[in-house]
Design a protein around this ligand. Structure first.
Ligand code: PEP
Ligand code: MN
Length: 264
């Protein structure tokens, strides 16, 4: 189902009435790694809504490496997302980590993100097949392209045709960058599947000063969109502080990406 059947078929995945992945427009999702407060998300939304950033991100169920690290605001965070969603008329994307969270998250969010650590959580993928919301499926930490496509296949084959693939870097021998961004995978996925493909440059490189150059390369390479972490006070981010862009840098980056997208 994920495979390209006739040449150049492109599935369009709608995020809202006006925003869709896989069409002419580059879709940019921006926001913090973690939802921390209403004030934080209002500042982010207010700034980003003035730019062509079409959607907001922010995790409320966080897959933290340490069980002692902040695990996310959970339902209180979903309330925050719902509030900025309606105030700024921007769709929101947030992660769901377990089957038990699906119903609640789907009641608030416009798109459900499946994180790298859950890419092969097959029962979760099957359950997402029953959901009436688009799914943002992130590539596993060390998943092959075939494993990635097969993970999408689980969702599609269980009834949900609205899947967007997200390359976010894979583990390799060098940890100078947090992960290694696989742009070859972006090009390949665009050819072998009909699904929209977006790139997360933030988790790929893990350092804010490297986000802009790889974001440009991703767009030049044919990505249908980007998901980028940014924060009103990047160094104070409760998670992924090192890779968060300031809101000013985020707006500058969006400006630079427009002509790149227009040239592809
Ligand atoms: C995130 O988007 O904050 C995240 C945890 O991403 P990934 O699953 O790609 O590590
Ligand atoms: Mn993050």
């Amino acid at each position: 189902l994920a495979a390209q059947s006739h040449p150049n078929h492109q599935t369009i995945v709608k995020l809202s009435e006006t925003v869709a992945f896989g069409g002419e427009e580059l879709v940019i999702i921006g926001g913090p790694c973690t939802v921390e407060s209403l004030e934080q998300m209002e500042t982010v939304a207010q700034k980003l809504s003035s730019a062509p950033v079409q959607a907001l991100r922010g995790g409320v169920y966080k897959p933290r490496t340490s069980p002692y690290a902040f695990q996310g605001m959970a339902e209180a965070g979903l309330e925050v997302l719902a509030r900025v969603r309606s105030l700024y008329n921007m769709p929101v994307v947030t992660e769901v980590m377990a089957i038990s969270q699906i119903e609640t998250v789907a009641a608030y969010a416009d798109m459900l993100q499946i994180g790298s650590r859950n890419m092969q959580n097959f029962d979760l993928l099957k359950a997402l097949g029953q959901v009436d919301k688009p799914i943002l499926l992130k590539r596993g930490l060390a998943a092959t392209i075939e494993e990635f496509v097969m993970a999408a296949e689980y969702i599609l084959s269980h009834g949900n045709p609205n899947v967007v693939l997200c390359e976010r870097g894979i583990r390799s021998f060098d940890n100078y960058t947090r992960n290694v961004l696989d742009l070859g995978a972006v090009a390949a996925l665009k050819q072998i599947t009909h699904l929209p493909v977006i790139v997360d440059p933030s988790h790929a490189v893990g350092k804010r000063e490297l986000v802009a150059p790889v974001a440009k390369a991703a767009v030049a390479c044919g990505a249908d969109g980007l998901i980028i972490e940014c924060h009103p006070e990047p160094e104070k981010s409760v998670s992924d502080a090192r890779q968060a862009l300031s809101l000013e840098d985020m707006l500058n980056l969006v400006d630079v990406l427009k002509p790149v997208a227009a040239a592809v």
